[in-house]
Design a protein around this ligand. Structure first.
Ligand code: G3P
Length: 214
């Protein structure tokens, strides 16, 4: 399973990328605003750090405006993927961008029917937000399991990015469900890497190593 980092914080991206486990990055207007920097500048810097798909989101709500923004954003770097919201206008924009060979990530997806339509419209990636579904008392991972079945059954090229990931179990369940990608906040990635028994084991090994006669 591929792991994308879900942040616009370039220091976190640089650190996580150095671990050798990051395959791409996803951003959205909230994550970009959190950094207090110019949008295009941040996206460009992220593209220079991670050699993989870098999602940048449009803010227009009509297809024409989305496509216009997408054409500009795609000029930033060859790896830029355009995040498009899952609406009828977003589907129109996705189809147009597919015909122009501009990669898309259809986002703010909350149902398997939305996944099906995004895939039919030619989305490169589709992003169901499982954490927000969980927050509503639904089982977000159920949408992921249905998504994997739909994409595999009909041999869609579209890849699912599990988004709105809140903890390591979301990532584990995504992998077990056969998801192509999970986009993971840096804090969650750090939790995935650590285990208290590993820390205890290292301390014990180092204490015992010191007892070895020199
Ligand atoms: O990639 C989408 C993600 O950033 C949304 O996460 O926690 O705001 O639902 P969250």
């Amino acid at each position: 399973m591929k792991i994308f980092l879900d942040t616009a914080n370039v220091e976190h991206i640089r650190e996580a990328n150095s671990w050798g486990v990051v395959d791409g990055v996803t951003t959205n207007p909230t994550l970009i605003a959190r950094e207090g920097r110019n949008f295009e500048e941040v996206v460009r810097e992220i593209c220079e750090i991670v050699d993989g798909p870098i999602s940048a989101e449009v803010v227009s709500e009509d297809a024409e405006g989305m496509v216009k923004e997408a054409r500009e954003l795609s000029k930033i770097h060859k790896n830029v993927v355009i995040k498009i919201p899952m609406t009828p206008e977003g589907l129109k924009a996705t189809r147009t961008l597919k015909d122009e060979d501009i990669k898309t990530n259809v986002t703010l997806v909350f149902s398997s029917n939305q996944v099906l339509l995004a895939a039919k419209a030619g989305a490169t990636f589709v992003s169901p937000f499982i954490g927000r579904l969980d927050d509503q008392g639904q089982v977000g991972m159920e949408v992921i399991r249905e998504t994997v079945t739909i994409l595999e059954t009909y041999d869609f090229d579209t890849q699912v990015i599990v988004a709105s990931v809140r903890h390591p179990i979301h990532v584990l369940e995504s992998a077990l469900a056969g998801a192509h990608i999970a986009t993971v906040p840096f804090d969650v990635l750090k939790k995935m890497a650590r285990h208290s028994l590993t820390d205890v084991g290292i301390r014990k090994f180092l204490e015992d190593y010191k007892k070895i006669p020199k």
